[in-house]
Ligand binder design. Structure first.
Ligand code: 3HC
Length: 313
C-alpha cells in the first residue's frame, strides 16, 4: 500500500512537471533507467571525442585546428556534466567505466564509424551534432533535475558544434570539384548513421513507453528523428549536395520528408560491437584510462594531504 501511494504521488509530480531531485523518492525502475541512459549519454560524449581527435594534427589551418580543439574539449566537459548527473543516482563513475569496458554499457553507435577525410569533420559537426541537438533540446525538459540542468548547458555549446561543422561543409561544397566530392562522400557515409542515433522505431523501442510516461523522454524516437530529417534536408539543399536516399520526398499532406526504410540490421550489427570502429574505440578508451591512473592517484593523494592539513590546522 505504502509503495502504491508513493508511486501515485510520484506520478502526480511528474504530471505536474515538478522536477525529481536526487533525494526524492523514486521508483527503482526510474532510477535504473536514468542510470542507464545518462551514463550511456556520458560515454557517448567521451567516445565521440575519438573520431574528431583523429583530425586534430591534420587540420588544414591553425583556425580550423583551434575550432576543432575547442569542440573536442567541449565534449569532454559534456561527459563530465553527465557523469556527475549520473552519480547523483548512487553509482560511482568508476563503476560506469567498468561497465563500459566490460561491454555491459553502450554508447551511441554513430561513433563506431571512421573519419576518413577532413570533410568528415564537417559532416560529423553538421549531422551528428545536429542530431544530438534535436535530441538534447528535447531532453532539457526531462523530469530528472540534474539531467535537465546539464542539458541546458550542453545545448548552448552544441549549437556552436553544429555551426562549425556546417561551415566546413559550405567551404568544401562551394570549393573545387574535388572538395565538393569530399563533402558529398562524407554526407553519403554519415547520413544514415546520424538518423540511427535516435534509436529504434517507437514500435520497437524497449524503453520509450515507460520513459515517456515518466517524462524521462519528452518526445519519441521517431518524432525527434523526423524533426532532424526535416531540418537537415533544407540545409543540405543550401549546400547543393545530394542525400543518399532516392526516396527522400516532401510529403505535402504530412508536411514531413518521407524517407527509405532504415537498415536496422546495420544498426544492431554496430550496436552489438561489429562496427568498423568498435574495438578501436573501446581499446583506446581502456588504454587512456589506464595511462591516466597515475594522475587520478596523485590527485587523490593531494586532496588527502590538503584535508589532513586542514584537520591539523
Ligand atoms: N546507439 C547505441 N545504442 C542505442 C542507440 C544508439 N544510437 N539507440 C538506442 N540504443 C539502444 C538503447 O540504449 C537500448 O539498449 P539498452 O537497453 O541496452 O540501453 C536499446 O537500443 C533500445 O532503444 P530504446 O530507444 O528503447 O532506448 P532509449 O529509450 O534509451 O532511447 C536514446 C535511446 C534515444 C538514444 C536515449 O537513450 C537518449 O535520448 N539518450 C540520450 C542522448 C544520447 O545518448 N545521445 C547520444 C549521442 S551523444 C552525442 O551526440 C555527443 C554529441 O556531442 C555529438
Amino acid at each position: 500500500m505504502e509503495n502504491e501511494r508513493k508511486l501515485e504521488e510520484f506520478q502526480q509530480k511528474i504530471d505536474a512537471n515538478i522536477k525529481i531531485e536526487p533525494k526524492d523518492w523514486m521508483p527503482e525502475k526510474y532510477r535504473q533507467t536514468l542510470i542507464r541512459q545518462i551514463s550511456q549519454h556520458a560515454h557517448s560524449e567521451i567516445i565521440g571525442m575519438q573520431p574528431e581527435g583523429n583530425w586534430l594534427t591534420r587540420a588544414p589551418s591553425l583556425r580550423a585546428k583551434k575550432i576543432l580543439m575547442a569542440k573536442i574539449q567541449d565534449e569532454a566537459g559534456h561527459g563530465l556534466y553527465l557523469y556527475c548527473a549520473a552519480e547523483t543516482l548512487g553509482v560511482k563513475r568508476e563503476q560506469f567505466l567498468q561497465w563500459l569496458h566490460e561491454g555491459k554499457a553502450k554508447y551511441s553507435s554513430v561513433f563506431n564509424y571512421p573519419t576518413l577525410t577532413w570533410a568528415d569533420m564537417g559532416a560529423v559537426g553538421w549531422l551528428v551534432d545536429g542530431a544530438a541537438i534535436v535530441n538534447q533540446v528535447s531532453l532539457q525538459g526531462t523530469s530528472y533535475g540534474p539531467y535537465s540542468r546539464a542539458m541546458v548547458k550542453i545545448c548552448m555549446e552544441e549549437s556552436f558544434h553544429q555551426r562549425q561543422g556546417f561551415e566546413i561543409m559550405v567551404q568544401l561544397a562551394k570549393g573545387t570539384e574535388e572538395q565538393k566530392q569530399m563533402a558529398q562522400d562524407a554526407l553519403n557515409r554519415w547520413w544514415w548513421p546520424s538518423i540511427m542515433m535516435f534509436g529504434p522505431h517507437d514500435s520497437e523501442s524497449a524503453h520509450s513507453n515507460q520513459s515517456l510516461k515518466w517524462k524521462i523522454k519528452r518526445e519519441s524516437n521517431d518524432e525527434l528523428r523526423q524533426r532532424y530529417i526535416n531540418k537537415t534536408i533544407e540545409q543540405g539543399h543550401h549546400l547543393g549536395l545530394t542525400f543518399p536516399d532516392p526516396n527522400l520526398k516532401f510529403n505535402e499532406e504530412t508536411k514531413n520528408y518521407d524517407y527509405s526504410p532504415i537498415d536496422w540490421d546495420e544498426f544492431w550489427n554496430v550496436v552489438k560491437g561489429n562496427g568498423p570502429g568498435n574495438k578501436l574505440r573501446i581499446n583506446h578508451h581502456i588504454k587512456a584510462h589506464e595511462d591516466g591512473k597515475w594522475v587520478r592517484e596523485a590527485a587523490k593523494a593531494y586532496s588527502k594531504k590538503i584535508n589532513l592539513s586542514k584537520k591539523i590546522a
